[in-house]
Design a protein around this ligand. Sequence first.
Ligand code: PLP
Length: 444
Amino acid sequence: MTRHTIHRTSSQQLFERAQQSLVEGVNSPSRGAAVYSGGPIMLERGRGSRVWDADGNEYIDFMMSFGALLQGHAHPKLVSVVNEAMASGSHFAAATSAEVEAAERFRRMVPSAEVVRFANTGSEATMLALRLARAHTGRTKFLKFEGHYHGWYDPFLLNAHSHPVAELGTPEHPARIPDSEGIPPATFDDVVLAPWNDVAAIERVFQKHGPELAAVITEPIMANMGCIPPREGYLQRLRELASECGALLILDEVVTGFRYAPGGCQEYYGVKPDISTFGKALGAGFPVGAVAGPRAILDRLRWSDRMVLHYGTFNGHRLTMKVVAANLDLLSAPGTYPRLHAIGNAAIAGLRDVFRRHKMKAIVQGFGPMFQIYFTDRDAIHDYRDYCAYVDAGRYSRFVHSLLEEGIYMTPSNGLHWIISTAHTEADVEALAQAADRACAGLA
Ligand SMILES: Cc1ncc(COP(=O)(O)O)c(C=O)c1O
């Protein structure tokens, strides 16, 4: 099937209109003209693996709402759950059976979750996890890694964006580059910054700072510089070092949770965090965040004059909780994860084959339900510094813009990743390979 996009007149008109009332015409810079040259494609509806834009053009969606849509678009079961729940009241900001049912399923799937607390976004979850860790340990400093993104809470916004390699300092003394204006510099006094995926580097850091760390926070697979899996044994060593120093290991599974295995990367890699954070795929398109861990830590949220405060009108939102429970039931069906991995691996193999045939210096990194393409002459990208030094993000953007013309929907930002949902089929990944073949032919 030739899937050439014909025109985007309506998208362009809508985007122009949006300039009048929305900053940059969007609600996050990652969706606007900073990323999509010529302006974003305005999406109007989705079903299964497909989306349609305001001009009626159809695309196979491999961005899947930055990974939130693990069940694809408008899954019939979730649509009926939402319709039913909506008819009996969206949210009460009161205790409900819906949140009990969601939490029970969550605990069954995530082994480290003795208890869970629901919030509304991944950012809220990581913010709460850090507050809990600080309260639990009585320490304030924490370790974060270069290139890891944990949401937009002030202290996490250090070196989450890529920069020219000349600006990065040395791995021993990384330059500390805030990602946002408006954050008091003193906020970062409590942040220890280190390169990721390097055991010698963290051993050095723990030797120097270990006893003062409340926590070390890490993505298990680095997912905001594309898709960078941990080196073998790395997460386990991090676990040991944190335990030795009495620092809590916060595993930020906002991207990886429920994606690689029912219990996320902690199950996949066999590492037990003290606290873990979730979002995205948990809500299957509804805004949700979650913090999970042992009672000994999460019980600090209990009401008392020494509690860790976590409020929120929309915490445990009833519609969302209904969706979470139904989503986790769907994910628990036998065969779900093997199929996600098989379809993802087929997509990866197809793309690798295309690049090989076109003699492109490109690698496809990751496995199963999440991966990223890097235009590079390296065999692998292992960390932030590799990404900043060796990845041609401009070429990737041009490649994805060509794919958009071929009916493949994906963000042109190299820092994100390709997502396989339960709605994707063998035919979708075959169509992706054909589109990539045509895009490569046109790539200078
Ligand atoms: C690893 C990680 N943690 C936290 C967040 C923040 O989640 P949210 O965008 O739902 O606030 C993100 C968002 O992309 C993320 O990738």
